[in-house]
Design a protein around this ligand. Structure first.
Ligand code: ADP
Length: 471
């Protein structure tokens, strides 16, 4: 069985959020199980290649009536043995040009180039399964079937976040020279001429996975189904929830060289205190080991991450009390970033840091006592798992993967209602509970010793692949 794992991000080559963590770790875990898997992603402009990467194919597909020049680079995903292919194309994918700002074009070209390349390979290595992730590569089945007349491949499509469906009015079907009735969703949605790229992929999928068991149930409801729950309900038997894992070698406080001082569960209390003092110094916060440090790390996404609750609590000065500090690390929506800065302007023990900074994120996980995760919805969420690995106790809203991974009073704290009042209440209850040093130490042990590796989930993917192959 040959699996091609196609994704937009894979750490450390390219990462914006949790998708990058998954792309950089699941293929590795599957390869360790003996699955013959290759990783494919766009050659983003920021990916710099050393001399270990070589061009293995050159192709000239046509898009929007123009012949494109595509190069496929081959190398290894760093710190692994996974064959990795990067698709380079200089108009839409690999350079910052006006055209590449249109994401529908970018990913249509990426999908076209992938399909063209697979076709070239087909004689000596046809994939048994092409595993597609999110909307970015969801046009691949359509292109395979209608342009390359290829019917033999099976597709797994993983939904990492149903909010992003790649809905576009760009005339991508014409640009791909596909007849309009080739696209199932275009036929369904004849009224407004929008194309829903993710939905097109889902309709072709042999199996649909999503990134936690709870989210697999939630996407079938009106509340979380992002307007396609009824169509998903028709595919219910093909939908399975498989919890994301972590690269526990990379996220390991005992070996992580990005943090100030390494520690493991046996010396976590001392190790975390040292990290706290040094981070306070770096960020110009009061240097005091007694201060309780609360953090948020994540994309500034106003629809998903509960940023409005944090802004509200900062505005009414209820988020932190005397003796507490709050660090926010996140970037994204411009308006959200400025509102965060404004709302924290006169609070001395708060730092709002609006940039992407992997080493700082690691230092915050290591130094903080509590990590706030007030998401409105959360397909899986990795930050609560990473926090656990570093002995920081997550305070989470009970939704999606947060519900599957955090147990009240065991490895974190929880709240239900999406309101800043509930969030603050849960946070302050957590801090009160943590005053009992014995209980807090026990919870840190529980958190650090919990198994968040890919072991179990990679096995689930492997058996899913085998089931599909057998069918
Ligand atoms: P999502 O996939 O929705 O972005 P996750 O919780 O699954 O959220 O994963 C977020 C990942 O991105 C984590 O590894 C987190 O540490 C990282 N991250 C998010 N924002 C930043 C940032 N500003 N700087 C560094 N790392 C970040």
């Amino acid at each position: 069985m040959k699996v091609y794992y196609v994704i937009d991000e894979a750490y450390p080559l390219y990462k914006i959020g949790g998708l990058g963590d998954v792309g950089g770790s699941l293929p590795k875990a599957l390869s360790d199980l003996g699955v013959d898997i290759s990783l494919i992603l766009p050659k983003h402009p920021s990916i710099l290649l050393d001399s270990n990467w070589v061009v293995v194919s050159e192709l000239s597909p046509t898009y929007a009536g123009q012949t494109l020049t595509v190069k496929v680079w081959k190398g290894k995903l760093p710190f692994s043995n996974v064959d990795t292919f990067l698709i380079e194309e200089n108009i839409y994918i690999s350079q910052h040009t006006d055209a590449s700002d249109n994401h529908a074009d970018k990913f249509a070209v990426f999908s076209l180039a992938f399909s063209a390349w697979i076709q070239l390979h087909a004689e000596h290595e046809r994939p048994t399964i092409v595993h597609l992730n999110d909307w970015h590569c969801s046009l691949i089945p359509l292109i395979d079937k209608h342009i390359y007349k290829s019917e033999q491949t099976c597709y797994v499509v993983t939904i990492h976040n149903l909010m992003y469906q790649g809905i576009t009015t760009t005339p991508i079907l014409e640009k791909l020279a596909l007849p309009k009735d080739a696209c199932q969703i275009a036929s369904l949605d004849g009224l407004d001429h929008d194309i829903n790229i993710l939905l097109e992929g889902l309709l072709h999928a042999n199996s649909i996975t999503t990134v936690s068991k709870q989210y697999a149930k939630e996407i079938l409801t009106e509340e979380y189904g992002q307007k396609i729950n009824e169509i998903l309900a028709l595919k219910k038997k093909d939908i399975v929830g498989i919890l994301n894992g972590l690269d526990i070698e990379s996220f390991n406080p005992a070996t992580d060289t990005m943090i100030y001082r390494q520690y493991s569960s046996s010396d976590a209390i001392v190790g975390k205190l040292e990290n706290k003092l040094l981070l306070q110094k770096e960020l110009g916060l009061s240097s005091d080991s007694e201060k309780i440090m609360i953090a948020f790390i994540g994309r500034v996404d106003l629809q998903q991450k509960g940023i409005e609750l944090i802004i509200d609590a900062l505005r009414n000065k209820s988020l932190i009390m005397e003796g507490q500090q709050f660090i926010f690390l996140g970037t994204g929506d411009q308006k959200g970033e400025s509102e965060l800065h404004e709302s924290a302007a006169n609070i001395s023990e708060v730092r709002i840091i609006t940039r992407y900074d992997e080493p700082l994120a690691r230092k915050i996980y290591a130094a903080s006592d509590y990590l706030l995760v007030p998401s409105k919805f959360e397909p899986c969420g990795l930050i609560q798992m990473i926090a656990n690995r570093y002995g920081s106790l997550p305070v989470v809203r009970l939704t999606g993967g947060l519900l599957d991974t955090v147990s009240e009073g065991v490895n974190g704290f929880t709240f239900k209602e999406y309101s800043s009042k509930e969030m603050v209440c849960a946070l302050q209850n957590a801090i009160n509970a943590g005053k009992d040093q014995v209980k807090k130490t026990q919870m840190i042990q529980n958190a650090m010793n919990k198994d968040f590796s890919w072991k179990a989930s990679a096995l689930e993917y492997q058996s899913l692949y085998e089931k599909i192959e057998a069918r």
